[in-house]
Design a protein around this ligand. Structure first.
Ligand code: BTN
Length: 246
């Protein structure tokens, strides 16, 4: 991953760009990375936008062809990519780095980065996965509308080389991906769970406009979040639950 690197000065969204290449049947080698210095229409989860100051952050998309992965196990790819980003950043940032379910990268209570995976499905397997990653690296200030952001620079108090961080993230994603491909899915699931933000902690959540207290105890094979509340096991998808940060 990352051996074939295309850098673009300005683009709407690297995910959109890579998806368009594929739909125009352009041959794109697996592991290709499209990186943008500036995205003017970066996209996030749940129809959100992705804001990043030009030239200071990592905004890139990479191509995987996980045709060995049945569509109903697509969440394992979310696990692999989250773990890859997490493991790369953890070397520099230490144990306060967590994965906020399903695939945000958090440092303490702040968001350092996010992931947007768009799958192109053929039959019952995933033909292409366009894996979009945005990491706040050297940005000092964020607009007020961005919810609780943090950057690597704000934490380390120094600039970090974007190319170096990109290659570290690519290597860690590749390592985790190859483990999944080799069939070590149990390990990947365990490691993902162990890295989760708020795992086994008594915390407040909001669902259906009501606030409740619970503990994250697991993540189902298909990616649903399992929260134990009043000795009941509740399950949520991304639209159904909100983490209440104090
Ligand atoms: C999220 O946290 O909601 C996911 C953010 C994903 C942002 C990245 S930046 C590179 C790629 N291109 C996009 O338009 N989005 C992803």
């Amino acid at each position: 991953v990352g051996q074939n690197l295309v850098t673009i000065k300005q683009i709407d969204s690297t995910n959109t760009f890579l998806k368009n290449l594929l739909s125009n049947s352009k041959p794109v080698p697996e592991g290709t990375v499209i990186m943008a210095e500036e995205q003017y229409a970066g996209r996030g989860q749940q129809q959100n936008g992705w804001h990043a100051e030009p030239g200071k952050n990592l905004t890139f998309s990479l191509l995987l062809n996980p045709s060995f992965l049945p569509v109903n196990q697509q969440f394992d790819l979310v696990r692999v990519v989250s773990l890859g980003v997490h493991n790369a950043l953890k070397q520099h940032l230490g144990s306060l780095l967590k994965i906020k379910w399903p695939n945000d990268v958090y440092y303490a209570d702040k968001k350092l980065g996010g992931i947007l995976i768009e799958n192109i499905v053929q039959g019952s397997t995933i033909k292409h996965a366009v894996v979009g990653i945005g990491i706040n690296v050297n940005q000092d200030v964020f607009p007020a509308h961005v919810p609780n952001p943090a950057s690597v620079k704000q934490i380390l108090q120094r600039d970090y080389d974007l190319r170096l961080l990109l290659s570290e993230i690519c290597s860690h994603i590749e390592a985790a991906y190859l483990r999944l491909k080799a069939g070590n899915v149990t390990e990947i699931r365990e490691e993902y769970l162990a890295a989760l933000y708020w795992l086994n902690e008594e915390r407040e959540y909001k669902s259906n406009n009501s606030v409740f207290t619970g503990n994250i105890t697991g993540v189902k094979e298909n990616g649903l979040l399992v929260v134990n509340s009043d000795n009941r096991e509740l399950m949520f998808d991304l639209k159904q639950i909100e983490f209440l940060n104090k």
